[in-house]
Design a protein around this ligand. Structure first.
Ligand code: ZN
Length: 296
């Protein structure tokens, strides 16, 4: 599980009997979270934080976030997902309020002059970074939101893998989502179809294309219980899928991270963001049980 550290808000010295409002982005790429380093004073030097900033008069939190991310990082994002608000009231009456948004889609490259001051960390690693001053945990809502969605869909894909096993097929299941809704689900059917290419991903991609009445699957995420093979990784690129989340790595055919990195090859005309290893143990044990049964 993602374990966000306790993060303190309101370490700014100018919070005195006023209301400070800040909007921040939990910027995520390939399952990793963006942190920028703040080096303002000796006291707060070397502290990492989410990008974002103060909500100015007349702005909504989202307005402020759009402005700050354009100024700080040089990106324009779309479809931010509201994660929650956290508020801390000080003894002197000052209030510090933070709006959190999940941002996982944006235009423009992050400003490269910033590279020395930023890190991408796995959510599990966040606790090893000093973030603000610690006295208050703001994170449970964020944790649930980010982790929850991927995990929820992967469990459905695992259900598809179980259905495959029940039909004597190698247990691999797949789900495709668009804006948080499932638009296709399938499992491996190579035995039933007597076709070596009837992999869960290809079948689900065909369904999703039909559902969208489109040639491409821009903005969609594909969840699959085993790392895609070269054929399926190629199909993900051709279909312009935005993101793939897979469970177990495949040492024999994995083409996203293990043997090849087809989904992230700059020579091809589309790249797919990859998150691997989610609920890998569950997928692995389905596969192992299946092969144990087949070869007594
Ligand atoms: Zn495949």
């Amino acid at each position: 599980m993602y374990a966000f550290p306790p993060v303190e808000i309101g370490s700014n010295s100018n919070v005195l009997s006023t209301v400070q409002e800040v909007a921040v982005a939990v910027l995520i790429d390939a399952g990793r979270i963006f942190l920028g380093q703040r080096r303002t004073t000796a006291r707060y030097g070397g502290v990492w934080e989410f990008p974002g900033g103060k909500v100015e008069n007349g702005e909504t939190p989202v307005d402020a976030l759009v402005r700050e991310l354009r100024e700080e990082l040089g990106i324009v994002f779309f479809n931010p997902r509201y994660l929650g608000t956290s508020e801390h009231v000080y003894a002197d009456g000052g209030t510090f309020r933070v709006w959190y948004y999940l941002v996982d889609k944006w235009f423009g490259g992050l400003r490269t002059d910033l590279w020395e001051q930023v890190v991408w960390v796995h959510p599990d690693e966040l606790s090893s970074y000093a973030m603000f001053e610690a006295n208050r945990s703001i994170i449970p809502a964020i944790t649930a939101s980010i982790e929850g969605e991927d995990e929820r869909f992967m469990r459905i894909a695992l259900g598809e893998a179980e259905r495959a096993a029940a039909r004597g097929e190698i247990p691999v299941g797949c789900v495709i989502t668009c804006e948080g809704a499932i638009i296709a689900r399938s499992h491996n059917r190579t035995e039933e179809r007597r076709a070596a290419t009837a992999h869960a991903e290809l079948l689900a991609i065909a369904q999703a294309l039909e559902h969208r009445r489109s040639k491409w699957l821009e903005g969609c995420t594909l969840y699959v219980t085993l790392e895609p093979c070269p054929m399926c990784a190629g199909a993900l690129v051709l279909a312009r899928i935005e993101r793939v989340v897979f469970a177990a790595h495949d040492p024999k055919a994995g083409a996203c991270e293990t043997l090849y990195t087809i989904t992230n090859d700059r020579r091809l005309n589309h790249r797919v963001r990859v998150r691997g290893g989610l609920l890998a143990e569950q997928s692995q044990s389905l596969l192992e049980a299946f092969f144990r049964q087949r070869r007594p």
